[in-house]
Design a protein. Structure first.
Length: 247
């Protein structure tokens, strides 16, 4: 019998001190395309000794290598927030009553190829992902949340989120859809994935960087180098934020 999902729940926020020895990067949704991500990392000369990579979530589903997720989460230089696909996969793997039953609809049928023991192991690891991440840089703190943030003040992470707040972090596109330009206070920048774009977009100090690196032949991974907040297209040249959206 599968263990209940209530037994494992990730923290609301995990904080990382400044990287004194290398560079820090953030990347958008991976969706089980870890070989493509590694190629993109190689293109920017990523060092797994000194550098760190943070992801905005949606590590699994859709791509061919979601089964590698446990292996990637063991890497000391790799960390991620929880995305809505990570939550759906963990709910199914751990037997949550609200789990989506038709895995094919959201690219989660890779779970069916795993043994029950492997499903539980992956589900517990995904369930333990934090809802938000805060990374210190020389210029101030940078926040990561998968989809949206329920406040215009980053200090909201210090108080317990309501269930509605959690759903906003995992699922909402409200800030993006409304082109809401008001920045989030008390954080240098806030970085999201979730909304798939042809090019990254910036609203106030909120950055949307999922450019579909998990879409073969169509998208690419975009990295944010946190010291400078510079965008890097991998593989490819540096890019700039623009206001167009790929619908």
């Amino acid at each position: 019998m599968k263990s209940g999902p209530e037994a494992v729940r990730g923290p609301q926020v995990v904080r990382f001190e400044r990287n004194e020895h290398g560079r820090d990067f953030v990347v958008g949704d991976v969706h089980g395309c870890f070989s493509a991500l590694q190629s993109a990392l190689d293109s920017i000369s990523f060092s797994n000794v000194n550098d760190r990579l943070f992801c905005t979530g949606d590590l699994v589903d859709r791509g061919p290598e979601s089964h590698l997720i446990a292996e990637w989460l063991k890497k000391p230089w790799f960390s991620s927030t929880m995305g809505n696909h990570d939550l759906m996969a963990s709910d199914y793997a751990l037997g949550a009553p609200t789990a989506v039953s038709n895995l094919t609809d959201h690219g989660g049928d890779w779970l069916l190829d795993l043994s029950q023991a492997e499903q539980i192991r992956v589900g517990e690891r995904l369930r333990a992902l934090p809802l938000t991440i805060q990374v210190e840089t020389a210029g101030g703190s940078v926040g990561l949340v998968h989809a949206d943030f329920p406040s215009d003040d980053w200090r909201a992470v210090e108080a317990p989120f309501s269930e509605d707040d959690r759903q906003i972090c995992l699922w909402s596109t409200m800030r993006f859809d409304r082109v809401y330009q008001t920045g989030v206070r008390n954080v240098r920048a806030l970085i999201h994935g979730h909304v798939t774009l042809s090019v990254p977009r910036k609203l106030g100090n909120v950055l949307f960087i999922d450019t579909g690196g998990w879409m073969p032949g169509k998208g690419h991974f975009t990295f944010v180098e946190l010291r400078s907040l510079k965008l890097i297209r991998g593989p490819g040249p540096d890019i700039r934020f623009v206001s167009s959206r790929n619908r």
